[in-house]
Design a protein around this ligand. Structure first.
Ligand SMILES: NC(=O)c1ccc[n+]([C@@H]2O[C@H](COP(=O)([O-])OP(=O)(O)OC[C@H]3O[C@@H](n4cnc5c(N)ncnc54)[C@H](O)[C@@H]3O)[C@@H](O)[C@H]2O)c1
Ligand SMILES: [Zn+2]
Ligand SMILES: [Zn+2]
Length: 342
């Protein structure tokens, strides 16, 4: 089969022939239809410091996909040949305290699809049945392909009650954009989102943000004034990974405010801890998705009318992966999807 492979410990990816993956008794073999390009894939392609310590070549990359079930192992129940599925890209150990307690998203020995084992940028992928999400209702193939980052957005956005609250999102990348759509859909009063890319801020307006603020020319305090807030934001969703964004968010929260932090800073940084203490701010780190509570929420949010269509801005056949990756790396669009059937 064709697959997009990190062939050696150097920058780049190659579309090459590899053997089809083998499925065990508890596994599901899936024909890949669409895949989403994630920041993780960009790191692996660029072969930066993180990728060098996290990845061993050769590796089939990719973890965001939609596909159709081709065969199921003899121990698999509840998944049928022909089902439209997406996949949870965190493979958990099943043995640690949290796994045994059913808190699989808190597993301390998680292996990433397309990072620690072969991924889904290929014509076929194999996953344990426990990582497969079956779409029971019709869903657009491209949207189904981005359930993994959509799950990051939903997990973060629904970490704290949003109804009637004033929500600040720092970073209008694909995940920030989806979080803005979710927060608005879930009943936030105001959703303010910040970025330094005008193109992404325009996308944020399309998904329903009340205020899309360019923080290269305005401050979050200006944003508060524009919205008529007097006491700060109630809920913050940090989705940029930029220390300046986190600091500015902390400075603009109400007392007792709550922050869910998804953005991954590349190194340690200082924050005003005295402010966290005296303003009694809660900060919660978010990693991945809850299995499978977040997945349930994603499916029913879409059924309830949540519209993610504006978030997908690039579509390419897999053969044009170089153009697709360049588009994703530009930092000015939304999600980029590759088609493995074209
Ligand atoms: N915790 C997890 O499980 C998890 C999963 C996926 C991604 N992430 C992280 O979440 C973040 C969002 O992911 P993404 O794919 O949307 O990333 P992205 O890099 O596409 O988006 C980040 C956005 O932040 C903007 N930005 C930069 N400086 C800013 C500032 N000072 N204020 C406001 N915005 C600023 C950038 O212009 C960019 O549009 C990244 O940091 C990513 O590494 C975490
Ligand atoms: Zn991803
Ligand atoms: Zn575990």
């Amino acid at each position: 089969m064709k697959a997009l492979v990190k062939e050696k410990a150097a920058p780049g990816l190659s579309l090459v022939e590899v053997p089809e993956p083998e499925a065990g008794p508890g596994d599901v073999l899936i024909k890949v239809l669409r895949t989403g390009i994630c920041g993780t894939d960009l790191h692996i392609r660029a072969w930066d410091g993180w990728a060098q310590q996290a990845v061993s070549a050769p590796l089939v990359v990719g973890h965001e996909f939609s596909g159709e079930v081709v065969s199921v192992g003899r121990d698999v129940a509840g998944i049928e040949v022909g089902d439209l599925v997406s996949g949870e890209g965190h493979l958990v150990c099943g043995k640690c305290r949290n796994c045994l307690a059913g808190r699989r998203h808190l597993c301390r020995a998680t292996v990433g699809l397309g990072v620690g084992r072969d991924g889904c940028f290929a014509e076929y992928v194999v996953l344990p049945a426990s990582n497969v999400w079956v779409h029971r209702n019709p869903v657009d193939l491209d949207i189904a392909a981005i359930f993994d980052p959509f799950g990051n957005a939903v997990h973060t956005a629904l970490s704290f009650p949003l109804v009637g609250e004033d929500v600040l999102i720092t970073g209008a990348g694909p995940i920030g954009l989806m979080a803005a759509a979710v927060a608005k859909h879930a009943g936030a009063r105001n959703v303010a989102i910040t970025d330094v890319s005008e193109a992404r801020l325009d996308l944020a307006r399309k998904v329903g943000a009340d205020l899309a603020l360019d923080v290269s020319s305005a401050s979050i305090a200006d944003g508060q004034r524009l919205l008529g807030l007097r006491e700060g934001f109630d809920v913050g969703l940090e989705m940029s990974g930029n220390p300046a964004a986190m600091r500015d968010m902390l400075a603009n929260m109400t007392h007792g405010g709550r922050i869910a932090m998804l953005g991954l800073p590349s190194q340690e940084f200082a924050v005003d801890w005295a402010r966290v203490v005296t303003s009694m701010i809660t900060i919660k780190g978010i990693y991945g998705r809850e299995m499978f509570e977040t997945w349930y929420a994603m499916s029913v949010l879409l059924e309830g009318g949540l519209d993610l269509a504006p978030v997908i801005t690039g579509r390419y056949p897999a053969a044009e992966f170089e153009a697709a990756f360049a588009d994703a790396a530009s930092g000015h669009g939304g999600k980029v999807v590759m088609d493995w059937t074209a």
